[in-house]
Every structure is written in structure tokens, then in C-alpha cells.
Ligand binder design. Structure first.
Ligand code: HEC
Ligand code: HEC
Length: 414
């Protein structure tokens, strides 16, 4: 049931299918699956396609002492853009214009590798065209994100908090050039901080809060967790509030009433991780050695044993291989979105899990990686690493070509 709700195409209100309405007024897609195809990875548009599984997060930099204090208190992770809210929705229900169109242009950057090999990276620039609700703030900050794959999320949730916090080294006390900071979040404004694990900047502590955020922000549907029937519409977008909403008292509170969110969360927590392939191939074993020697494992922590007290018994005490420390790292200006949120600076990103990454093409028929899908393959993804990962990247650039190829072979078996 969770899967069918994940795939369900929601419709606008009023509609004859009362249990499926409530979409919008503003939205990015009509189903979770549109962005997480086959529960896999989204991608940037190719050529003249309309973007679907990528969107822009929006905010404004704090400009008054009060706003700065609010951000520093950790009570709110960022300040939404006053007119467009916290995300650019490019679609609206009939009568409500979409907010604008994301436009991406790329600039090619040549990278010289050892033994005369060459790679090309493409650096994206994001602009917004056809703004439908007037100009955006001069202080607007934007960050492009593609949808990450949905596998193993319940297992990541079951990693004991201390196993994450013990890896943090915010001041780089061991002087290995790699710090690693916990993304602390206070999801319920309760003065109890928990470790953020989900999203490219680890801004969400649970699959539930990330999924509820998706219902509101991406689909424009309220849930008992977030009761805003008008989704991410701001007061400036008065046309939103002239629309009928999809909440119906006889079906329950909110447009997606209980147990819709719970079922989708259950589904999202229980998608298995694929088994590795070709583990004993000598070239793969050589690549694994290169992965460790180059220092990749300093952030892409290979394995954990999940907590014995995890909520769901099937997630308890499991040996798992996600290849992430779930910490924030400064990966340099090249990958920066210059948009601080929560604990994360513009340069910082959460180390993404690498499990299943070798099957991206099989599942989703593409090879676009990193938070905005700019990398066209695994080697490009590695070559974008800078900041704390500069030394690891340089080793990859300078190592014998054979080692580089084996490193990629190893990643393809994850
Ligand atoms: C318009 C595209 C879009 C839609 C629709 C969408 N997502 Fe996502 N999803 C994303 C993006 C982009 C991220 C990364 C968010 C970030 O970094 O801020 C994400 C992240 C997630 C994550 C965290 C995964 C991780 O490994 O960190 C979960 C869980 C998730 N989405 C669930 C859902 C559910 C459930 C729905 C439907 C209610 C949904 N998403 C609909 C684009 C989408
Ligand atoms: C300092 C920490 C750090 C080190 C060291 C590091 N990485 Fe990463 N890695 C990250 C972060 C953070 C990202 C996400 C960056 C982004 O999306 O902008 C990432 C992304 C990736 C991705 C793309 C993942 C995806 O889902 O799109 C791959 C592949 C990867 N790293 C492989 C490697 C390899 C191979 C090495 C060693 C040569 C390495 N990394 C070293 C932190 C690190």
C-alpha cells in the first residue's frame, strides 16, 4: 500500500476521485515516483526537456540582527524567500501559474589526469525564467537538488546516534585535513537536538520528516504532520488561497489523511539494498584497495552494525555497508551552493551513501551524480571533490591510470 501511494498521481481539487485530490496549488510533481523513479535517483534535464526530478530550494540570507539570532538559535534552518517560499514550484493547478522555470547552462572545465588522460567537468549555472509572482528578493539564495535514491533508508535511520557523532572532528583535532560536522536539527522546536541524516545537507532527522516535507513542498499536500493545505504558497501568492483545498472532514484531518503518510514512510524505510556484484574480481579487489589508500573511507565510512534498539526489529543489529559517515564536509567552492541552511555552510554537503550506486544506470537509465546531477559518471563525481577531499581527489588525478580504472570498477560493484 505504501508503494502504491508513493506511485499515486494526485489530482487538483475539486475532483470526482475525492481520496486523490489536494494537489498544489503549487507543486513540482504529481507523485513521489516522478522524482524518485523506481525509487531511484532523479536527474537534471537533458537538452530541451522540462525539468522534473530536480528543483531549486530557495531562501534569503538573514539581514537583521533578529533574523541572524533566529538562525543562530537553530530554531529555523533558513528564512524562506518572502514571495516564493522555500522551493521553486514550476507547476500550479488550473488558475494558479507555476512560479517560474529553472534554466541550466553548463560550462566545460578540462581536467588533466596522469598518463595523458583527460576528463571534462561541466559547471552548472542556474537562473529562473518567467517569474510569475514578481521579482525575487535581491538576497535570494538558490540551491539545485536532484532526488536521491530511496534504498536502505530505514537502516540509515537505525545507525546509533553515537556511531555518527563519534566520527565528527569539527576542529580537525587529528589534523588529517578532514573535519566532519554533525548536522544538528531540532525538528519539533523542542530544544532537543538530533542528528540530521536525510537530504543532501542532512537537514532532516527522519524519513518521516523528510517525507512529510515532500508532501507539502513537492506535491502541495498537507499531512497530519504538516497541516498547511496550501503547501509552500506564501501570503504574497493570494491566488493560492482562492482555490478549494482537498481536506475533507469525513476522510480525516489534512489532504493526505492518516494513514497515508505512515504507509509511505513505511515503504520508504524498507527498500532493500542490492547485493554487490563481482566482489572477487581481482581488478575490483585492487580498486577497493585504492579506495582505502586514497582516503575515500575517511568520509565514506564503509560499515556499521545498526542499533539493537532500532524501532523496527528488522533493522536491528544488522551489519550494513552504506559507505557514509552521514556528516557534513566542506567539499570546496566548486560544489558550493553559497546557501547556508541549518548547521551546513554553502560549501558543506552530507557524505552520500554509495551503496547501490553502481546500479544507477540499470535502474534509472542514466549516470548523473552529485547533489545537482552535474557529474556525468563516477569519475566526474570524484573529480568534483575539493576542500576536505582535495587530497583524496589529487591522489586520483595523479595515480596510475590502471588504479583509477580499478577504483571506478570497485564503485560500480557497490
Ligand atoms: C519534485 C521532486 C520530488 C518529489 C515529487 C519527491 N521528492 Fe523526495 N527528494 C527530492 C529531492 C530533491 C531530495 C533531496 C532533498 C534535499 O537535499 O533537500 C529528496 C529526498 C527525499 C528523501 C531523503 C532521501 C535521502 O537519502 O536523503 C526521502 C525519504 C524522500 N525524498 C521521500 C519522498 C516522498 C515520500 C515523496 C512523496 C511524498 C517524495 N520524496 C517526493 C525530490 C522529490
Ligand atoms: C571529505 C569527505 C569526502 C572524501 C574524502 C571523499 N568523499 Fe566522496 N563525497 C563526499 C560528499 C560530501 C559528497 C557529496 C557532494 C555533492 O553532492 O555535492 C560526495 C560524493 C561522492 C560521490 C557521488 C555520490 C552520489 O550519490 O552522487 C561519489 C561516487 C564519491 N563521493 C566517491 C568518492 C571517492 C571514490 C573518494 C576517494 C577518492 C571520495 N568520494 C572521497 C565526501 C567525501
Amino acid at each position: 500500500m505504501g508503494e502504491s501511494l508513493f506511485q499515486k498521481l494526485w489530482v487538483s481539487t475539486p475532483s470526482s476521485t475525492r481520496a486523490s485530490d489536494g494537489l498544489g496549488p503549487l507543486f513540482n510533481a504529481r507523485s513521489c515516483e516522478s522524482c524518485h523513479p523506481k525509487a531511484g535517483r532523479g536527474r537534471p534535464p537533458v537538452e530541451d526537456e522540462r525539468p522534473v526530478s530536480i528543483f531549486l530550494r530557495l531562501s534569503v540570507a538573514p539581514s537583521t540582527p533578529e533574523e541572524r539570532a533566529l538562525i543562530e538559535s537553530g530554531k529555523v534552518p533558513f528564512l524562506p524567500e518572502p514571495t516564493y517560499g522555500s522551493q521553486l514550484q514550476n507547476f500550479g493547478v488550473p488558475g494558479v501559474p507555476g512560479e517560474g522555470e529553472i534554466k541550466i547552462t553548463y560550462e566545460e572545465i578540462k581536467v588533466d589526469l596522469s598518463e595523458g588522460e583527460v576528463a571534462y567537468l561541466r559547471k552548472p549555472t542556474y537562473t529562473i525564467e518567467n517569474l510569475a509572482y514578481g521579482p525575487m528578493s535581491d538576497h535570494a539564495l538558490v540551491s539545485a537538488r536532484v532526488a536521491p535514491p530511496m534504498i536502505g533508508l530505514g537502516l540509515l535511520e537505525a545507525i546509533a546516534e553515537t556511531d555518527i557523532t563519534s566520527q565528527a572532528d569539527p576542529e580537525d583535532a587529528d589534523q588529517d585535513g578532514i573535519s566532519g560536522r554533525v548536522s544538528w536539527v531540532d525538528p519539533n522546536d523542542s530544544d532537543t537536538r538530533t542528528v540530521g541524516r536525510f537530504g543532501w545537507k542532512a537537514l532532516k532527522a527522519s524519513v518521516q520528516s523528510q517525507s512529510a516535507g515532500a508532501f507539502t513542498g513537492d506535491l502541495g499536500l498537507s499531512t497530519p504532520y504538516d497541516l498547511r493545505n496550501y503547501g509552500d504558497c506564501t501570503e504574497a501568492q493570494t491566488v493560492c488561497f482562492e482555490q478549494a483545498h482537498g481536506e475533507q472532514a469525513d476522510l480525516g484531518i489534512s489532504e493526505a489523511p492518516d494513514p497515508v503518510l505512515d504507509l509511505v514512510v513505511f515503504y520508504s524505510q524498507n527498500l532493500a539494498v542490492p547485493a554487490r556484484r563481482d566482489v572477487n574480481d581481482p581488478r575490483v579487489l585492487a580498486g577497493k584497495k585504492v579506495f582505502h589508500e586514497a582516503g575515500c573511507a575517511s568520509c565514506h565510512t564503509p560499515k556499521y552494525v545498526t542499533s539493537r534498539t532500532a524501532e523496527n526489529p528488522v533493522h536491528q543489529f544488522q551489519l550494513i555497508w552504506p559507505y557514509t559517515d552521514l556528516l557534513l564536509h566542506d567539499l570546496g567552492q566548486g560544489l558550493s551552493d553559497d546557501r547556508p541552511t541549518g548547521s551546513a555552510s554553502g560549501n558543506e554537503w552530507k557524505t552520500p551513501p554509495l551503496w547501490g550506486i553502481g546500479l544507477t544506470e540499470n535502474i534509472n537509465n542514466h549516470r548523473f551524480f552529485l547533489h545537482d546531477g552535474r557529474a556525468r559518471g563516477l569519475l566526474e563525481a570524484v573529480l568534483w571533490h575539493g576542500g576536505e577531499a582535495e587530497a583524496a581527489k589529487t591522489r586520483v588525478v595523479e595515480m596510475p591510470a590502471k588504479d583509477r580504472a580499478n577504483l571506478i570498477r570497485f564503485l560500480e560493484t557497490l
